[in-house]
Design a protein around this ligand. Sequence first.
Ligand SMILES: [Zn+2]
Length: 506
Amino acid sequence: MAYKKFYITTPIYYPNNPPHIGTAYTTVVADVIARYKQSLRYDVFFLTGTDEHGMKIFREAKKRGFNVKEFVDKQAEIFKKTWSKLLISYSRFIRTTEKDHEETVKEILKKMYESGDIYKGYYEGFYCVDCERYYTPKDLKNELCPIHLRPVEKLRMESYFFKLSAYKNKLLKFYEENPEFLPERYKNEIISKVKEELRDISISRPKKYLEWGIPLPFDENHVAYVWIDALLNYVSGIGYRRNEKEFSKYWPPDMQLIGKDILWFHTVIWPAMLMSAGLKLPKRILAHGFITIGGRKVSKSAGARSLDYYIDKFGVDILRYYLVRKFSPFKDVEFNEEELRSMTNAELANTLGNFVTRAFALYSRYNEILVFTEKHHLEVEEKLKNAVEKVINNADRFIEELKVKELIEEIMRVVFMLNNYFNEKEPWKLAKNKQYEEFIKVMFNSFETLVHIAALLYPVIPQSMNSLFNYLGFEKPLKIVELKEYGKNIDFRRIEKIKPILFAKL
Ligand SMILES: [Zn+2]
């Protein structure tokens, strides 16, 4: 049976510095979405990677005394290592210096050239090396880059241009016919800007000015502008040219997750390029706000600590949980260590973790009574069953609507409900008073609900839920779609007699 495909991307990151909490935010959220889709039986392709050309990388490598290629090789390894530590389950990690990507960029640019959409001219503007883009005088804030608040460089050079202005009506028509494409929050802003000021864009720079890039297929003396090169990673990443079968299976992207600072590139330039090259357009661009520390966007220059520091300090699952639990497609969110501590202590350690420890302790103590229970004595508690089924039935819709945070809140409501159920029924007293029939019912429903929670939380906190599945007697984690009907999953004979501690209290 062929499953529905789901192609999700993150932006690719400049590897001049190691990943930080800001890049982790986007990447963890994308990973959680990819894992949910997998759990719901989609055939998922999850792409992330590094953006390795351009002036910024070139200068950084030189500054540190490296050959540029050696520098990006080293930096890309750091990214891969950190993502593996954070349990990021990408299908491919693409690097824009890879051969198949370079060939793809040339081929797409050739198509755009042949469509008559590329011409030669001169470019003059204010360039921010950190953004790798030009600004007009009116974009600047006190003559500084509006994002980085640092000086820009005035540049004039020969350049090839993409006739973006010719796509005005096509873009507006596309937005209208595909209301899901633009992120709701920024829709009006983008549409009015396209109506008012759509200009052609520079897509190359002379090789004598910058060698570190992909040569244009129609003029070897120019290299592709790093953004044009970078955007095409979404095309090369799933095998355009290299693997036609894979490409036609996954193209176009179903969800492209980006930060709000790169909206214009992804919602205007990107679809116009694809139109020019004759490729289908992505279904949705989803933008989120920045993650801030002390009110400022997190970046290396803002003095943020390394991601390794946070992973080592809090643990993978706790960090993943907090980042997703804070996620907002609408506003900036503040990363606050104090809040991280109190939130994860309350929700993970004190509620879920504590419940697991107590339930397993009781199971171990009265193990003999439980393992000899006959199947027909296992009675389902309707309110727990209904609560679990409701979350499962809504999970895909929540993910589609980018309500990742809300989905976790729904799951946590079931965790709290289970905790209350356990406390109200007091199964330890039932066992002590030899009310075994009721005791078995409470234990059975507790563990049955728990296995559902484990499957539902696995995409967010895979490390601890993997352990929980093992304790519950499963060799590997169950996908949501692999869960049997409520009441049919737990086998008391397979549960381990241990007292697990899932989350260390911070
Ligand atoms: Zn900038």
